[in-house]
Write a protein that binds this ligand. Structure first.
Ligand SMILES: Nc1nc2c(ncn2[C@@H]2O[C@H](COP(=O)(O)OP(=O)(O)O)[C@@H](O)[C@H]2O)c(=O)[nH]1
Ligand SMILES: [Mg+2]
Length: 285
């Protein structure tokens, strides 16, 4: 996708990392990320949002801040939850764009740099996919992988999108997208789908790049599919209803003033009174 001189230039990247009981890996996650961004001359702040850790996560972060001034450890004093923690960070970020990243070293810091470079071209959201050429996973638990492929296939079909890794939280957004997708309803892991689906449904531009993921080596995985299934279903229904029945009430207001050059603009097709989008993507999704 070509760059747009009209698009607001980016100066500061915020990385929001939810963390709960991650004493075994939080130091390495923050140190590696900071180093990678520094080496690539990307001005950044790292917001780690802890809400309810009972281990040394908080203490480690406070100590780490002495050597990494870009780190802002936050503690969500309200109700706990993965989604709530991320929104707590989004409410406090100072950057012009944000990458949501996990604390357990499953996401690759070099992909954060790639996200930033894509955002700099003018696109409003960058979605990584582990399931396109160039992407990959290491040690993905089999049951989760099967569920993941089924759910993502379903989302592709019902939202008519060419994105095959919607359910992964590790994605990048310009600030306008975050503001344009409020209010956020998902308090738990279901925020991982609310964010990208709403961004797409509300008309923000997006692109897909390959990313890699590896399973955690310390700590415990917190996602419980049995507890989250109905919550994912609820949030998908909510965004789907918005897409087809809200008559565009929540879509970004300045679609006509899209700052992409004509060849990159979001084509909007009128189909039986409904708006169908074909969004610009890279990769074979
Ligand atoms: N702040 C906060 N972070 C959470 C919560 N649940 C999970 N996380 C973090 O969210 C990320 C993803 O969780 P993880 O256990 O790796 O999920 P899984 O690998 O998909 O099972 C990790 O960085 C966790 O520390 C929560 O309730 N609050
Ligand atoms: Mg994980």
């Amino acid at each position: 996708m070509s760059s747009s001189p009209l698009k607001k230039p980016l100066h500061l990247l915020s990385v929001v990392i939810p963390a709960r009981n991650e004493e075994g890996c939080i130091r390495a996650t923050v140190e590696h990320l900071h180093l990678e961004l520094k080496l690539n001359d990307i001005a950044h702040e790292i917001l780690v949002v802890d809400d309810g850790s009972t281990d040394r996560t908080s203490e480690i972060l406070t100590n780490l801040q002495k050597s990494i001034p870009n780190l802002r450890p936050l503690r969500n004093s309200g109700e706990n939850g993965f989604g709530r923690a991320i929104v707590f960070g989004l409410d406090r970020m100072q950057g012009d764009a944000v990458v949501v990243m996990m604390a357990d070293e499953s996401d690759d810091c070099r992909d954060v740099v790639r996200y930033w470079r894509e955002l700099e071209t003018g696109v409003e959201c960058v979605f990584g996919s582990r399931f396109i050429k160039g992407g990959g996973t290491i040690d993905y638990p089999y049951v989760k992988l099967v569920m993941n492929r089924l759910v993502n296939w379903g989302l592709k079909a019902i939202f008519q999108i060419r994105l095959n890794d919607t359910t992964n939280a590790f994605k990048a957004y310009r600030r306008e997208v975050i503001e344009g997708c409020r209010p956020f309803l998902a308090p738990h892991f279901n925020l991982t789908v609310e964010l990208p689906l709403k961004a797409i449904v509300r008309g923000f531009s997006w692109t897909v790049i390959p990313i890699t993921w590896r399973n955690r080596r310390s700590g415990v995985a917190k996602l419980k599919l049995t507890e989250m299934g109905s919550r994912y279903f609820f949030i998908c229904c909510y965004v789907w209803l918005e897409k087809y029945f809200s008559r565009g009430d929540y879509r970004r207001k300045n679609l006509a003033a899209q700052t992409f050059p004509a060849e990159d603009a979001v084509p909007v097709e009128e189909t039986a009174g409904l708006k169908k989008e074909t969004l610009p993507t890279t990769g074979s999704v």
